[in-house]
Design a protein around this ligand. Structure first.
Ligand code: DGP
Length: 113
């Protein structure tokens, strides 16, 4: 499958991996939009949450617990941070493998563009 994030999972494309287990992987975004900007993704190729099924519910829980763990490790939990999941064309999704952006380390503006 021609998926850039599957290639990161397989080690075909190098990345700065922060955390990895049998189900999820987290790595720094190549185009950071904040002092801390990493992505948490499932190893299973799922396009977005729009394609989730009941059997993925524990996987989603694991992704969010991974976000919490890394945010604490990186020291952004106290001041706060943002989790973003872009879905489809209007959502601004450019990589068709479900990923959660985690942004922190500065005050973030709202609303997004
Ligand atoms: P989105 O627009 O929500 O689909 O975000 C995709 C993000 O993925 C974007 O912030 C840049 C990041 N990205 C794309 N290709 C690579 C890559 O090869 N390595 C890393 N580390 N990040 C990538």
């Amino acid at each position: 499958m021609d998926c850039v994030f599957c290639k990161i999972i397989d080690g075909e494309i190098p990345s700065k991996i922060i955390y990895e287990d049998e189900d999820v992987i987290a790595f720094d975004d190549v185009d950071p939009q904040a002092p801390i900007h990493f992505l948490v993704i499932p190893k299973k190729h799922i396009k977005s949450l729009d394609e989730l099924s009941e059997s993925d519910s524990s996987l989603i829980g694991k992704i969010f617990l991974t976000i919490k763990m890394i945010a604490r490790e990186k020291g952004i939990a106290e001041n706060g941070y943002r989790v973003v999941h872009n879905i489809g064309e209007d959502g601004g999704q450019s990589v068709a493998h479900m990923h959660f952006h985690v942004l922190g380390g500065r005050s973030l503006q709202w609303p997004p563009g």
